[in-house]
Write a protein that binds this ligand. Structure first.
Ligand SMILES: *Cc1c(COP(=O)(O)O)cnc(C)c1O
Length: 499
């Protein structure tokens, strides 16, 4: 059964096709992919034009025919995995489908050719895209002011905590600490530290939420903010969020929400309505702009009115003449956090996505994302350990507790999943779950794709019982199998060199 399953999946995932016998080095002297028209002017010695800077030997470029080049790059692209090939259940990353209409809109001539130095009078369309996106995001979050400048989620956190710092500073005391729960994304404590705060690590309760009594004791006059991910990294909605906000506000502290998980909330509830003061969004997660491989991202920061004076400059404003303009005259601003106005192409894609879905569509998206995660949870909880039984939102976190009895860890299961034609889930995160398997299917997946994934995960669980070695040696279907992951990250070899 396992063989058949892998076999049928292989057919639709060409990245699994083996091309044994095809060497990487394809160059052969004299092959060309171009033909120039015959020279119809006198030949010139390039040295007479370029002098010393002219190379004395011709460059050692590969010599290939056109079809060989096309096939080479097309083949390489199939050795990778992509959301366009299949489910990409990387928890916390919201790897959803990037609708083609977003790409179409972002390539419209007037949009694709816009230049950041264009005069405001000639850039009214681009400014309107930014203004309208801001309005939509404010409506979705229930917040009162926003900047689109930050280039990623972590960058948004940094900007948001800078706002909090400027806010406290303006009242005469920047305060000393930021409280970060132990379930937080690693970027949260890093952000607080980068903004000059001491990080107070806060232990989650057995349900994976905030212990309100303990929080009331932890918050002091020196607390600048609490950074809370909601739903948390174990996919649980923080039920006490109103009380948490009240506890902070009573001491003059702010509630920062890491909004990377908005895919579980859009159209259902709004952070502005449950007491959040400042938050970031990941357009490249929730709002379907392509991500992975290092960017581009976009991490707008939305806040309450009290933080507006500190927003990065410039901000988009409509003048009394009805024209949109960029206002740089912001004396209390934390300054710029990025060149120009942010990743404009991402704004276009996110706005296209929001407008194409509309409010009902966004709500449906949220419901489907939550339904899909709970479907997977229900189909796998008898074979994988579920450490938190609190209802799941958009993602479900299992642990490898049962599989470790046979010496198999979450990383091994993830690598075996590659053989079954899926991208691995998020491995060993969040840290509060030892040996975590963090699975986020998103709303993009059909019932059939979810079933294939469930079958694969169940097959792997069976293999762990019957033949753990096949899992420990996985992946078997890729060009390279187990790499030294530390060296691969610290000393990556990014260029092919002729042996
Ligand atoms: C992805 C993520 C971030 C960081 O976002 P980047 O765009 O990768 O910088 C922060 N917090 C949480 C919970 C996330 O999932």
């Amino acid at each position: 059964m396992a063989e058949n399953f892998v076999g049928s999946r292989k057919k639709i995932t060409p990245h699994l096709t083996q091309n044994e016998g095809l060497s990487f080095e394809k160059s052969a002297p004299g092959r060309k992919a171009y033909r120039l028209a015959p020279l119809d002017v006198p030949e010139v010695d390039p040295r007479s034009l370029l002098g010393e800077s002219c190379r004395s030997q011709s460059a050692e470029l590969p010599q290939l025919s056109e079809i060989e080049i096309v096939r080479h790059f097309t083949r390489l692209s199939t050795w990778n995995y992509a959301i366009d090939l299949g489910m990409y259940p990387l928890g916390s990353c919201t790897m959803k489908y990037n609708p083609r209409v977003n790409e179409l809109v972002s390539r419209l001539e007037g949009i694709a050719d816009a230049h950041p130095y264009q005069l405001e009078a000639l850039a009214q369309g681009s400014l309107e895209i930014m203004r309208l996106l801001q309005e939509c995001l404010l409506e979705i979050t229930g917040m009162e002011a926003i900047t689109l400048q930050p280039a990623a989620g972590a960058h948004g956190e940094f900007t948001g905590i800078l706002l909090a710092r400027a806010f406290h500073q303006a009242k005469g005391n920047a305060r000393k600490t930021v409280i970060v729960p132990d379930s937080a994304h690693g970027t949260n404590p890093a952000t607080a530290a980068m903004c000059g705060y001491e990080v107070v690590n806060f232990k989650s309760n057995p349900q994976g939420g905030i212990d309100v009594e303990a929080l009331a004791k932890a918050v002091t006059e020196e607390t600048a903010a609490l950074m809370l991910t909601n739903p948390s990294t174990i996919g649980v909605f923080e039920k006490e969020i109103h009380r948490i906000a009240d506890i902070l506000h009573a001491k003059g502290a702010l509630l920062y929400m890491d909004g990377a998980n908005m895919n579980a909330l859009c159209g259902k509830t709004r952070p502005g309505d449950f007491g959040v003061d400042v938050m970031h969004l990941n357009l490249h997660k929730t709002f379907s702009t392509p991500h992975g491989g290092g960017g581009p991202g976009s991490g707008p920061v939305a806040c309450r009115r009290i933080l507006e004076p500190f927003l990065p400059a410039p901000v988009v404003e409509r003048g009394s003449d009805g024209q949109l303009r960029l206002n740089y005259d912001r004396p209390q601003s934390v300054g710029r956090v990025r060149a120009f106005y942010g990743n404009f192409g991402m704004f276009v894609r996110a706005l296209a996505y929001i407008l194409a879905n509309g409010p009902d569509g966004l709500r449906q998206t949220t419901e489907d994302a939550v339904l899909n995660a709970n479907y997977i949870r229900a189909k796998l909880e008898d074979v994988y350990d579920l450490p938190y039984t609190t209802p799941s939102m958009h993602e479900v976190v299992f642990s490898d507790r049962r599989q470790t009895r046979n010496g198999v860890k979450t990383g091994d299961i993830a690598k075996r999943l590659i053989d079954y034609g899926f991208h691995p889930y998020t491995v060993s995160f969040p840290l509060i779950v030892p040996g975590a398997l963090m699975i986020e299917p998103t709303e993009s997946e059909s019932r059939e794709e979810l079933d294939l994934f469930v079958d694969a995960m169940r097959e792997i669980a069976r293999e762990v019982e019957e033949n753990p070695q096949v899992v420990l040696d996985a992946p078997h279907s890729t060009r390279v199998s187990r790499l030294d992951e530390t060296t691969a990250a610290r000393k990556p070899v990014l260029r092919w060199k002729k042996p």
